[in-house]
Design a protein around this ligand. Structure first.
Ligand code: SF4
Ligand code: SF4
Length: 385
């Protein structure tokens, strides 16, 4: 079986000259944009999960998006940048996120920003778990989609890159419904894989200039990686991205799913890497979140003979949200976004009903103050060593 080659180049900073040289290098390795036709409507889908400053390394850097837009418009494409960030999908929210994350970089480069918040339901007969999906109209209108992700850790699924980035095509609070419907990590990642196969991005890029380690995707720590990744397959781009974090496919649920569907080779060495070797750009000691403990939970769930021990195994291995009261300002955003309605505000602070909680970590992702932390048991921490 052959897989899409994946290009890996150095890019030490977001300085314009450095970024331009990195894109030149990528275009020298892959026919990155040769498919672009004059007049084509191209949607660039960055990671815009939250209204956070670029230094926080939460969102795709505007300098990279601007360089890509210039190259697309030079080929005659009409470029729109769009995403549905976490929480409500409204014009007002989009204005705030764009202003904080981009300033005027997108318009100055010749792109437009999407403000259309309409969506529709479409059939997806090829999907494994997602036979019908809700998708934002700005995605359906595009002739081609480019996923431009950010290399980060992710509390629920361990790693977020080109595939997880596409969850943002599901409009606003509909995302919470998907979390509620597909509560296990494996079902959720099967859904993400269905979504990636439905959207079929023409190109997947990952901003790994500065990535995120620790408790991503919104309050981990920025980490210098110094790389840009490009592939025509979002799954292959993620295989390379996770390897930079020192993760094997078995430790990343979206890659486990892709492997099961024959979309990636068993490990990164089965991939044709163009440019810099993975080993030269991998970050030693990257504080990643390998999902081995989740593998243990999935294993326990799939074996009938372990049914009596399931509760104990889950309690030992699962991570859960935990409030750090000193950081909480009582805004109630966590309660509003919780898909399981497991959070109630009591005397101005959130209280989590552990029985209702499905451990989706939307509260941790979307708390504007980083007050929702990820709690791991001693056994789970041991398994992550
Ligand atoms: S979103 Fe964060 S700051 Fe706001 S109430 Fe919840 S925990 Fe507190
Ligand atoms: S409390 Fe947090 S982790 Fe639990 S279901 Fe609600 S949003 Fe998800």
């Amino acid at each position: 079986m052959s897989f899409e080659p994946t290009a890996l180049v150095r890019c030490a900073s977001y300085e314009a000259a450095e970024v331009s040289a990195a894109f030149d290098a990528l275009e020298g390795l892959l026919p990155l944009l040769d498919w672009v036709q004059p007049g084509m409507k191209v949607l660039v889908k960055p990671n815009l999960i939250a209204k956070r400053p670029v230094e926080a390394a939460v969102t795709t850097h505007p300098a990279l998006l601007a360089e890509l837009i210039r190259r697309l418009t030079a080929r005659g494409a009409e470029v729109t940048v769009g995403d549905s960030p976490g929480g409500l999908f409204t014009k007002k929210r989009l204005e705030g996120v764009y202003a904080t994350c981009f300033g005027s970089a997108i318009e100055q480069a010749g792109g437009s920003l999407n403000y259309d918040v309409s969506a529709q339901s479409v059939f997806n007969p090829q999907g494994k778990v997602l036979k019908q999906l809700d998708i934002a109209d700005f995605v359906l209108r595009a002739d081609a989609v480019i996923s431009f992700a950010k290399l980060k850790t992710h509390s629920m699924v361990g790693y977020t890159g080109a595939v997880k980035n596409l969850f943002g095509v599901i409009p606003g609070t509909k995302k919470a419904e998907y979390h509620f419907r597909m509560q296990s990590v494996s079902d959720f990642c099967a859904m993400l894989t269905d979504l990636a196969e439905f959207v079929k991005p023409r190109l997947s890029l990952i901003d790994a200039v500065v990535g995120m380690e620790g408790d991503g995707p919104t309050f981990g720590d920025p980490v210098q990686v110094g790389a840009l990744i490009a592939s025509f397959s979002p799954h292959c781009a993620d295989l390379a991205g996770s390897a930079l974090m020192g993760l094997a496919p078995g430790e990343v649920p979206t890659l486990r799913e892709a492997l099961g569907r024959g979309l990636i080779p068993p490990d990164v060495h089965g991939l044709t890497i163009l440019g810099e070797p993975v080993e030269d750009l991998a970050v030693p000691g990257y504080k990643s979140i390998p999902m081995r403990k989740q593998t243990g939970m999935d294993f326990a769930d799939s074996k009938p003979f372990l049914a009596p021990l399931r509760g104990v195994i889950h309690r030992l291995l699962e991570q859960r949200p935990q409030l750090e009261r000193s950081l909480c300002v009582g805004c109630g955003e966590c309660a509003r976004v919780c898909p399981a309605q497991a959070i109630s505000m009591e005397t101005g602070r959130p209280v989590i009903d552990r029985e209702k909680c499905i451990r989706c970590f939307c509260c941790q992702e979307l708390c504007p103050k980083g007050a929702m932390k990820v709690h791991r048991s001693a056994v789970a921490k041991l398994l992550q060593q």
